[in-house]
Design a protein around this ligand. Sequence first.
Ligand code: AMP
Length: 209
Amino acid sequence: MNFIFLGPPGAGKGTLAKEAAKFYNIPHISTGDIFRENIKNQTELGKKAKAIIDAGGLVSDEITIDLVKDRLSKDDTKNGYILDGFPRTIPQAEALEKFAKIDAAVNFDIEDEAVVDRLGGRVCCKDCGQMFHVKTMPPKVAGKCDKCGGELYTRDDDKPESIQNRLVVYRNSTAPLIDFYRNKNLLVDIDAKPAPEKVLEIFKQKFAK
Ligand code: AMP
């Protein structure tokens, strides 16, 4: 299956996509992760994207579409994939139709208040990217990753002003994709409010292997 995971920032898409990808044994393709990796490695792409991402804006459609087109041309996508964070605009979705066949767009639905709570306390491992939440999913040792011992930090785009900006960007540019995929009969709504394990269970029930 070729999935798109839709939903506002903080809906838990990344965590769910990682688990669902393991379950289906297909790659999890997160444009946000690809951009962060490029920023970490100070590539040309990373340098172009950093200021935009830190402020909670969107990287240009042209750059992002090329990046995904290239990633989907790799052999490991032949048996399916999960696109997490792409498309984020109607032009991206239209471009995607030209080089991919999507089976389902899963919309992880959650209200803004819950998003602000979730992102406000989120910390992330510098080395392996594992997420924690200072209140709801704290690491065993403060500031250290349970998985690899790496240092935990707050992403610049999880700071309060960027969170608000990301929500505005989501509403204006990305939320219209819900109707775009509904009109193509590809949309599947899942309530993202429960704990991630529960949401994953619901996802698995809807898409039994
Ligand atoms: P994410 O990890 O999905 O929240 O993405 C982090 C940031 O990367 C976003 O806030 C955007 O600045 C950028 N980004 C990720 N995916 C896209 C996309 N499809 N189009 C434009 N910018 C993106």
